[in-house]
Design a protein around this ligand. Structure first.
Ligand code: ATP
Ligand code: MG
Length: 411
């Protein structure tokens, strides 16, 4: 096929070729750029439709048993054993529930096990959900609760979550219907209450909570596959949310105080062994009751039967996060420089220094990345041309680079 700009007529639309557009000529016919683009759009839409209608039923979906799932999670997520255990069980039950429904209709109905994760920033909430989706090879999307509005208001509709899930599933509806949706910052749509007077969002927060209810429980939604407003001409796809697993997360500031207060009032008058409270780790007692006190409406709490917490990461955990996970930050830098033929090492006190700074930042493991980037930027710039074969990052070097970057920031 000749591909050149020529004067001729397109056999499809009858337009003359022009100098600024491509024109394709075959043996007996020619086609202009516009028609090729149009044909491409039709093919893409057809393929999406085909994928959506495909009868792929996830029969080959392999259930991973909770213990095995937790062990695999351990490779990526440090600490947070309680949360990993609870989630592994919930996820296993969720997918068992789906597969058993296919087998027999008269079995006991297993309740859907949507999960709420409570924990400070940078403790691994998103990481756990992301890793589960990856391990199970399921479509996964993250939605931020704060961008949602009640239907009819400017902002994103709650249903737009499903557009993203559909995209993550390559437009295969059956696959999307078994995916995982992660709703971040669920605490920010709490209604104002005595317990959290700082939250300014009041009525609208409750409205958004209301609009999430149906989605969480299971409903059939008409979803615009390309997203809402930009493509008004697209065909809608029907998505059933009954088998979608929802994992919500939030920092829920001062949750420990809410729990402590409830525990104190609850234990009065009892003196059994069970009521000895471990004050150091009050979060372990979190329950749906506390979420209600915080400002989630009871109906929403009811649709998240599994509530678990993530601990704040201590010095030891932060250090392990630097070096242990499969894609640990330190491993990434070592690998990057290895590709340039350079052996990179970090001395132990340099790692301790990074951890100390991360603790000062109070951003959990999230802080590690920004600190190490400040320390490594100059080196990553210079090392490949330096001719060096070995580089060690000492505490002195780390400190110098980090402090000078802070200084630059202040300038
Ligand atoms: N327990 C952990 N094990 C390993 N890495 C972790 C852990 N917690 C956090 N990280 C690292 O820190 C980064 C931020 O973590 P993540 O996004 O999971 O935080 P989060 O709890 O969702 O915080 P936020 O509330 O701010 O969304 C991740 O990319 C990950 O590399
Ligand atoms: Mg997160």
């Amino acid at each position: 096929m000749a591909k050149e700009k020529r004067k001729g007529i397109c056999n499809f639309c009858g337009e003359f070729s022009s100098l600024d557009k491509l024109f394709f000529e075959g043996i007996d016919a020619a086609i202009c750029e516009n028609c090729v683009t149009h044909a491409h759009e039709i093919i893409t839409e057809f393929n999406q439709q085909k994928a959506a209608e495909s009868s792929l039923d996830f029969q080959d979906f392999v259930l991973i048993k909770p213990q095995e799932l937790k062990e695999k999670l351990d490779e990526y997520v440090i600490g947070q054993d309680e949360a990993k255990k609870v989630i592994a069980v919930a996820v296993y039950n969720h997918y068992k529930r789906i597969s058993s429904k296919k087998k027999a209709k008269d079995e006991v109905d297993i309740e859907k096990s949507n999960i709420i994760l409570v924990g400070e920033t940078g403790t691994g909430k998103t990481l756990i959900a992301q890793t589960i989706a990856k391990l199970l090879d399921l479509p996964f999307c993250i939605a931020d609760a704060t961008v949602f509005t009640e239907a009819g208001y400017v902002g994103e509709d709650v249903e737009s979550i499903l557009t993203r899930l559909l995209q993550a599933a390559d437009y295969n509806v059956k696959k999307a219907e078994m995916g995982i949706v992660f709703i971040d910052e669920i605490d920010k749509i709490a209604r104002k209450s005595m317990a959290n007077p700082s939250i300014t969002r009041d009525v609208s927060g409750e409205g958004v909570q209301q609009s999430l209810l149906k989605l969480l429980e299971g409903t059939v939604v008409n979803v615009p596959p390309q997203g809402g407003r930009k493509h008004p001409e697209q065909k809608f796809v029907t998505v059933d949310t009954k088998n979608i697993l929802f994992i919500a997360s939030g920092a829920f500031n001062d949750m420990d105080k809410i729990i402590a207060e409830r525990m104190n009032t609850n234990v009065i008058g009892y003196n059994t062994k069970r009521n000895v409270i471990d004050n150091k780790n009050i979060m372990q007692y979190i329950s749906a009751q506390d979420l209600k006190t915080f400002g989630l409406i009871p109906e929403l709490c009811g649709r998240f039967p599994v509530v678990t917490y993530l601990n704040a990461l201590d010095r030891d955990a932060l250090k392990r996060i630097l070096v242990e996970p499969k894609n640990a930050l330190i491993k990434q830098y070592i690998h990057l420089l290895h590709l340039d033929g350079i052996a990179l090492t970090f001395s132990n006190d340099a790692l301790d220094y990074i951890v100390d700074k991360a603790i000062e930042l109070k951003l959990g493991a999230r802080g590690l990345r920004s600190i190490i980037e400040k320390i490594m930027t100059d080196l990553m710039y210079e090392a490949p041309t330096s001719g060096k074969k070995k580089i060690n990052i000492s505490k002195k070097y780390a400190q110098e680079k980090f402090e000078s970057s802070i200084f630059e920031f202040l300038k």
